[in-house]
Design a binder for this molecule. Sequence first.
Ligand code: NAD
Length: 257
Amino acid sequence: MTLSGKTAIITGSNSGIGLGIARELARSGANVVLNSFTDSDDDHALAASIAQEFDVDAKYIQADMSKGDECRALISKAGGCDILVNNAGIQHVAPIDEFPVEKWDAIIAINMNSAFHTMAAALPGMRERGWGRIVNIASAHGLTASPFKAAYIAAKHGVVGMSKTVALETAQEPITCNAICPGYVLTPLVEAQIPDTMHEYNMSREDVVKNVMLTRQPSKEFATVEQLGGTTVFLCSDAAAQITGTTISVDGGWTAL
Ligand code: NAD
C-alpha cells in the first residue's frame, strides 16, 4: 500500500496516537506535516527524524488547535493536503456540576471545533487535487458514555456526527471522511489519568490499569499507536475508497458489549 506523493497533515502529532499515525503514514510513503501548540527544537527534530527514517518530506508547523484562525492557518501554511487527520485532543474529568467552564470550552474547541475549521479549510484544496481522505480521531467515548467526562464525550460524539455529515456532503466526490474510535491506548494522555485514579481508589498502578481502565476493554489489552496508524493508512488506501461516513472501532471489543 503506497501513499507516495500524498501530503498528510496530522493535528496534535508530537506525541501519542498522532505521532504513531504520522509515522505509519510516512512508512507508507506519505509526506507528513506534524503539529502541536508548542514550537520547540524537539518538535522540529521529530519531523527531521521521520524524514530521515522513512525518506519522505516531513515538517513541523506550530498551530494552537483551540483557535479557529490557527487551525485554518495550519492548512494554508502546509499548502493544503491530500490527507487530513484530526487528532489533537485533551481530557478533563469532573462531575458536570463541578466542571470548570474554561476546561469545557478548551475541550470542545480542541477536540471538536478544530475539526470543523481544518475540514472547512482543507476541502477546497482536496477538490482541486481530485482526491482526499479525512480521518477524524474520535473515541469509544464518541459512541458510549461514562460519568465525569461530559465535555470529552460531547466533543467526541460531535466529531462522529460531523464526520458522517462531511461524508454525505462529499459522497459523490473522490473524497472520504471517517472517524476512528480508539479504546484505551497507553499514551501520555492516559498515563496522566493514572496517578489521580490510584489516589482516588487507593489502588496500585497495576490495579488501576487492570481493574479500572481495561475493565471496559474485553481484550484486556491496550491498543497501540501503531495499530491506530495502520487503521489510518487503510482508510487512506484505494481498498477503502467506498468506506465513508462510518466509524471504525479499535477498542478490543469495548463497543461490542
Ligand atoms: P496525547 O496527549 O499523547 O496527544 C495529544 C496531542 O494533542 C499531543 O500531540 C498534544 O500536543 C496535542 N495537543 C493538545 N492540545 C493542543 C492544541 N491546543 N493544539 C494543538 N495540539 C494540541 O494523547 P493521545 O492519547 O495520543 O490522544 C490523541 C487523540 O486520541 C485525542 O483526540 C484523544 O482524545 C484520542 N483518544 C485517545 C485515547 C487513548 O486511550 N489514548 C482513546 C480514545 C481517543
